[in-house]
Design a protein around this ligand. Structure first.
Ligand SMILES: [Zn+2]
Ligand SMILES: [Zn+2]
Length: 265
């Protein structure tokens, strides 16, 4: 059974620092592979406290879309858990070069526990068991950052991670299921804040026209403005089912008419 579980939906410094929302990242169980993307602060605790439990020792891979703390705070703890404290060399880590190069966020000794470490780059493609994913385009963010496109037999799932908006995102992330890190309610006044706002999410959804869109990774103004209601407005406006992720929300692909594969996993 293919599903996506939103372990945490926090997206900006205050939301993470005060844990207004959890910052545990997103767990993808697709095509028989278990992949945790962006394990921010609290990911290990949140996975283990999840009902049913998400067991990090069952992970096949961890992906960092980029090195910022809200995406990587628990990466070492999760990788140790994935490898039974380093006693069982297994699994894969995917991260941009600057997350494992100078001033790395993944300790070198922890990287040694993992069976394979692959660097993300524009146009790159990676395999985790039966699941293939690609990183179509380099994002506009203050560090090396990429979104993901997960390729299932019958559909693609795009995760547009942290970035400023630019039109090429629309072609890069065409998919049936579109997940968008919607940090900001309003466009940033300061262009150095490279994040998507609600109107950017609207443009992406309208340009891509997926079957379902999910907003996540919210900053404070988004949370105060009730993401559920904002998503409902987008649904009505664009005619595309748009969902605001909640902490612990499990999104079952089949329940939303997104059949991934026939394998009764
Ligand atoms: Zn972020
Ligand atoms: Zn970031």
């Amino acid at each position: 059974m293919d599903y996506i579980k939103f372990v945490g939906t926090a997206g900006a410094r205050f939301v993470v620092a005060r844990q207004v929302r959890a910052s545990g990242g997103t767990w993808y169980c697709l095509a028989g592979a278990n992949v945790l993307v962006d394990p921010g602060p609290g990911a290990l605790v949140k996975c283990l406290a999840s009902r049913p439990k998400l067991d990090p020792s069952k992970l096949d891979a961890v992906v960092l879309t980029h090195k910022h703390l809200d995406h990587s705070g628990d990466v070492n703890a999760i990788l140790e858990a994935m490898t039974d404290g380093g006693h069982r060399k297994r699994g894969a880590l995917f991260a941009p070069p600057d997350a494992i190069g100078d001033d790395p966020v993944v300790f070198k000794y922890v990287r040694d526990y993992v069976e394979r470490v692959e660097e993300l780059r524009e146009g790159g493609s990676h395999q985790v068991g039966e699941l293939r994913f690609s990183t179509p385009i380099r994002h506009q963010h203050s560090v090396d950052a990429y979104g993901l496109k997960l390729h299932l037999p019958d559909l693609d799932i795009s995760l547009v991670a942290d970035t400023a908006f630019f039109p090429e995102l629309i072609e890069a992330y065409r998919a049936e299921l579109l997940i968008i890190n919607t940090v900001l309610l309003e466009p940033p006044r300061n262009p150095s804040i490279q994040h998507l706002c609600l109107n950017d999410a609207r443009q992406l959804i309208d340009g891509i026209r997926p079957k379902v869109a999910i907003l996540t990774h919210f900053g404070m103004a988004m949370i105060r403005s009730r993401p559920r209601e904002l998503a409902q407005q987008l649904t009505e406006e664009l005619g595309i089912e748009t969902i605001a992720a909640r902490d612990g929300m499990k999104f079952d692909l089949a329940e939303h008419g997104l059949t991934a594969d026939d394998d009764p996993e």
